[in-house]
Design a protein around this ligand. Structure first.
Ligand SMILES: C[S@@+](CC[C@H](N)C(=O)[O-])C[C@H]1O[C@@H](n2cnc3c(N)ncnc32)[C@H](O)[C@@H]1O
Length: 376
């Protein structure tokens, strides 16, 4: 893919930008095979490719420059803004929102935050687009100074956005290299962005986690659903369930499903989906995954885990080894911690793996692995 920002050295985030896509995919599969080389029975299914461009459903943009001439993009090493509004990996529907952001910065006289001087108000805009085309816009402000202006202009702003869009304001008062603060005020009546991956309604709240590549996320959930349905377990736990993507895809008649996740907001979002799908034997709980497993007093037939980059805890691996769980599906965005965890899961044989290219143009990838319990 051609990127003028990359060739002009204005942005180097996409480290593989000059590598042909087929080669990128092949080297990710090779990297994954190398990291999982200690599991000789592991068969790799063909990798799931992604679109090369416009695949990111989320854009996290730093606002800098001035009210008259804001930059929407990143900061250079000195903390000055670099405009990246034509970034090719961001979804077209999000790029279409940038001119509107600029217009509202002008019209409402919003003052971009100046990092070196530690002055100004508007720090970032964080945008997400759902697969149905609705958009979530989050304005990240230093203080409440511009809040009323943003709130009062909401009707005009919403008029320019796709239907069912969500708008919020987040406050990040500290001078910190983070993207957002804890306090968030949702301005729209609608509080969640609705996705419909594979026809399954999923809801994202402003501070929640959602896979950043909708096309590949849909393929990931289909893969997990297929493996679960092949084994047809009566009970499934989805640990680290987020807004419930795996759990909701694997729900079926005569199957009990639990989704366990620490974020209460994500759990509420998952419950909204379950209600909309009229599923009764699916249960979401806000709890630490290891704590839940160790304290449950029973084990399901199958467990899905999709932890953050650090992987699952040693205690959870130990518990799984000693349980009656017959099948584990492990979806990981870090094959190194995955390799460590598969080693610890000594009572299971990893049998199938599939690289899912969630993050094209970078070295990162998701991989999903199926494990079967070894015969006693
Ligand atoms: C990689 S995301 C996966 C989310 C979800 N499975 C999906 O497909 O979108 C990891 C999730 O684990 C949650 N999490 C982090 N630590 C946790 C813990 N100790 N116990 C349970 N969930 C946790 C995070 O809030 C996040 O939603």
């Amino acid at each position: 893919m051609e990127c003028l920002y990359f060739s002009a050295s204005r942005c180097r985030s996409c480290t593989l930008m000059t590598v042909p896509y087929a080669q990128q995919l092949q080297s990710k599969v090779e990297d994954c095979k190398r990291l999982l080389a200690d599991f000789p029975d592991l068969e790799f299914l063909p990798a799931q490719a992604s679109s090369e461009q416009g695949f990111r459903n989320k854009a996290k943009m730093v606002i800098s420059g001035t009210t008259d001439k804001p930059t929407i993009g990143i900061l250079d090493a000195e903390g000055r803004g670099i405009d990246l509004r034509n970034c090719g990996v961001v979804a077209d529907q999000l790029r279409a929102v940038f001119p509107l952001i600029e217009r509202f910065i002008h019209e409402l006289k919003l003052i971009p935050y100046d990092v070196p001087k530690r002055k100004g108000e508007l720090k970032h805009v964080i945008l997400t687009v759902s697969d149905t085309g609705s958009v979530m816009v989050r304005w990240v402000l230093r203080t409440k100074k511009h809040f009323v202006a943003l709130r009062d202009s909401l009707p005009q702003f919403l008029e320019q956005l796709p239907r069912h869009s969500v708008v919020s304001v987040n406050f990040l008062p500290e001078h910190k290299a983070v993207l957002e603060g804890e306090e968030e005020i949702i301005l729209t009546r609608r509080t969640t962005l609705e996705f419909g991956l594979n026809g399954v309604p999923m809801h994202l709240r402003p501070q929640g986690f959602f896979q950043t590549n909708s096309e590949v996320a849909a393929a990931l959930y289909r893969q997990a659903r297929q493996w679960i349905n092949d084994a047809n377990p009566e009970s499934v736990w989805d640990l680290y369930s987020g807004v419930g993507g795996f759990a909701l895809h694997c729900a079926a008649e005569d199957r009990t499903v639990y989704g366990i996740e620490t974020s209460t907001e994500a759990v509420e979002a998952a419950e909204t989906s379950a209600k909309a799908m009229e599923l009764d034997d699916i249960h979401f709980k806000a709890q630490d995954a290891t704590e839940f497993a160790l304290g449950a007093g029973w084990a399901p037939e199958a467990v899905i885990v999709n932890p953050p980059r650090r992987g699952i805890t040693a205690d959870l691996s130990t518990w799984l080894n000693g349980s009656d769980v017959q099948q584990i599906i492990y979806s990981s965005c870090n094959a190194k911690s995955l390799a460590r965890d598969l080693e610890r899961l000594e009572n299971y044989t990893p049998t199938l793996a599939r690289v899912m290219d969630m993050f094209p143009q970078t070295n990162h990838y998701e991989v999903i692995v199926k494990l079967e319990r070894k015969a006693a």
